[in-house]
Structure formats: structure tokens, C-alpha cells
Design a protein around this ligand. Structure first.
Ligand code: ATP
Ligand code: MG
Length: 228
């Protein structure tokens, strides 16, 4: 197991965003975290990456208890993530955006850019990239840091079909390299076509987990989506 989160909970005022969720993320696989809007996916993500303190629960990463570690300590261990809202700086070049993630040589930056099919964009102004290219730049930033375990919050939201296909191939390439990927996604075709394992949240609780086939055939999942 790459990561194991146990009995995670988080409330915002009276809202139980995540209630007593336990999940396991298998090593070297692509795992999707799905569920209707407001199900608690991003909240669970934030508690795992450490950007949000949990009310209760524990997180183990490669067998080590990281529950009380700060974000940067988790990052140093190899937990790398992107955010649901793009956090690139529009008036800076692609190079400078990448260097904010990591001070390194142009050669290293170019490798990360080619991993996300943005080779040749080093000197471009980030604000002039298309929305989808902006998402790819965000992904490139997460690849510059240690990323044994890569967490992507809706990497394909709002991107065009061509970049969506590229994103699929990029995730497959990462899996081939032995990386572990956890991603949040609303596009079911995308989820079903690429995931080894799927975790379904609903109203802050774990609804089920399993293979794409098991998830597709579970009436509770359909009900959760239609209920909204
Ligand atoms: N910082 C916050 N303050 C107050 N309420 C919050 C906060 N963050 C999340 N919530 C609430 O917690 C619940 C879960 O939100 P979360 O963002 O985790 O959902 P999600 O599954 O990521 O949804 P989406 O698919 O729309 O991104 C929602 O009801 C949301 O309004
Ligand atoms: Mg979210």
C-alpha cells in the first residue's frame, strides 16, 4: 500500500464534509476518487496532502505515520499535488512559474515540460496559454517535485478533448514509470478508461471502492449521482 488513511473526519461549522473515511491507495496504480459535487473529495485530498488539518484520523505513507507532518515534510517524502483551481501566475513566463516550484536548470524544466507535451513553451507568458495548457503547466510543476505519489484534483476539468486525451496518456506514462496516482475526476468515461481502482465518496462518507466494472455495476453509485 502506498497510502492508508484511517477514520478521517472534517467538519466546517455544522457541515460534515468528511465523516470517518478510511481509504487505501495501492502502489504503482491509478486510483480515481469520485463522487457528486460536495461529496468531500477535495477536503479528503487536502487532509492527505496536509494543506488542511483533519479533525480526526491518521495517515500512513509507505508505512510511515505522517499524520502530524507539515505539508513541506509530506512533499519531501514524495507526495506531490495539483489544485482544483489553477494557481499559475499569468503575467510570468512558463519558466518562472516552474522555478517557483523548484529552482533548477532549464534542462530539468524542459524535461518536465516535455512530460506534459508543452515542450517549446519555456519562454511563453503563462497567461497566454490556453486553459488546458495551463492545467498541463500545473501538472508540470507537480512533476518537478518528488512525486512518488501524485495527487491531481480534477486535472481535466474544462480542458478540450485533445488535451484530455494527452492527459490520459501522461497518467499512463507515469504509471509505467512506477508512480502512484490519485486523481479526482467527474468525467466517467475518463475515469473508467484509465483507473485501476476507484473510490466513491458520497455526502462525506465512503460509498464503495472497487474496479471500474464493480463501480459501474453498483446501483448505489448511480443513485448517489442521480440523487443530486
Ligand atoms: N473551507 C470550507 N469552509 C466551509 N465549508 C467547506 C469548506 N471546504 C469545503 N466545504 C464544504 O464541505 C463539503 C465538501 O466540499 P469539497 O470541496 O470537499 O467537495 P468536493 O467533493 O471536492 O466537490 P466538487 O466535486 O464540487 O469539487 C461541501 O459541502 C463544501 O461546501
Ligand atoms: Mg473538489
Amino acid at each position: 500500500m502506498m497510502l492508508q488513511a484511517k477514520n478521517m473526519s472534517k467538519s466546517f461549522g455544522g457541515v460534515h464534509a468528511v465523516s470517518n473515511c478510511s481509504i487505501k491507495i495501492p502502489e504503482g496504480k491509478i486510483t480515481a476518487l469520485i463522487g457528486p459535487n460536495g461529496a468531500g473529495k477535495t477536503t479528503l485530498f487536502n487532509m492527505i496532502s496536509g494543506t488542511l488539518p483533519s479533525d480526526s484520523g491518521s495517515v500512513r505513507f509507505k508505512g510511515e505515520d505522517i499524520t502530524n507532518m507539515k505539508v513541506h515534510e509530506r512533499a519531501r517524502k514524495g507526495i506531490s499535488r495539483t489544485f482544483q483551481m489553477t494557481k499559475t501566475f499569468k503575467n510570468m513566463t512558463v519558466r518562472d512559474n516552474l522555478r517557483l516550484a523548484r529552482e533548477t536548470t532549464d534542462d530539468k524544466l524542459k524535461i518536465a515540460l516535455s512530460q506534459v507535451r508543452l515542450q517549446g513553451f519555456l519562454d511563453h507568458i503563462a497567461g497566454e496559454l490556453s486553459y488546458g495548457q495551463g492545467r498541463l503547466l500545473e501538472l508540470a510543476r507537480s512533476l518537478l517535485l518528488p512525486h512518488t505519489f501524485l495527487m491531481l484534483d480534477e486535472p481535466t476539468a474544462g480542458v478540450n478533448p485533445q488535451i484530455r486525451q494527452e492527459m490520459k496518456q501522461i497518467l499512463k506514462d507515469l504509471r509505467k514509470e512506477g508512480k502512484t496516482v490519485l486523481f479526482i475526476e467527474h468525467d466517467m468515461d475518463f475515469v473508467m478508461s484509465i483507473s485501476d481502482h476507484i473510490i466513491v465518496l458520497n455526502e462525506g462518507k465512503l460509498l464503495m471502492e472497487g474496479t471500474p466494472k464493480q463501480v459501474r455495476n453498483n446501483p448505489k453509485v448511480l443513485e448517489a449521482y442521480l440523487g443530486k
